[in-house]
Design a protein around this ligand. Structure first.
Ligand SMILES: [Zn+2]
Ligand SMILES: [Zn+2]
Length: 162
């Protein structure tokens, strides 16, 4: 009986001192690491939230910033899954930001979507569908005429050529 009680006490003992020391070491390392990452940000080095690689942030075409940072290489994988996760308003805002970032820094072109004609996009490095900025996605211009920038569809294709 005495023996059993003794065993039980040792089982519920809060922490093994060795485990405690390990835990403390790990938290200290984690803390130091966060400090180092903070210091890198001060030096103009930023980290992609997807592949965890560090980049010099002096070049604004390297990392896309939409609250989280995503490097250009990760965008084609990140955007399709991210766009599904976002609500309509957030998606349209991020989509517009991404489209203009791609146009500004990666020579992306705005291409009309023609129904029934899937234009040759096999050559594209990355492509996405975005709201037409000319008609704000309505497909119509002021006079009610069909928007010629998107063929009245309200959306255009943003294509980054290879
Ligand atoms: Zn990345
Ligand atoms: Zn339009």
């Amino acid at each position: 009986m005495q023996q059993e009680l003794g065993n039980e006490i040792s089982h519920v003992a809060p922490h093994d001192p060795a485990e405690n020391a390990l835990f403390e070491t790990l938290s200290r390392i984690e803390h130091d690491l966060n400090d180092v990452i903070g210091a890198l940000v001060l030096l103009g080095v930023k980290r992609c939230s997807q592949c965890k690689q560090f980049f010099r942030s002096a070049d604004p075409g390297v990392l896309f910033d939409c609250g989280q940072l995503v490097c250009y290489t990760c965008v084609p994988v990140w955007w399709p899954s991210q766009s599904m996760r976002l609500g309509v308003a957030d998606r349209e805002r991020t989509e517009g930001k991404l489209a203009s970032w791609l146009r500004k820094y990666h020579r992306a072109e705005v291409v009309k979507m023609t129904p029934g004609n899937l234009t040759d996009t096999t050559d594209a490095e990355f492509q996405m569908v975005a709201k037409c900025l000319e008609c704000a996605g309505s497909g119509k211009l002021m006079e009610g005429e069909r928007c010629r920038f998107c063929n009245g569809l309200g959306t255009v294709r943003i294509i980054v050529p290879r």
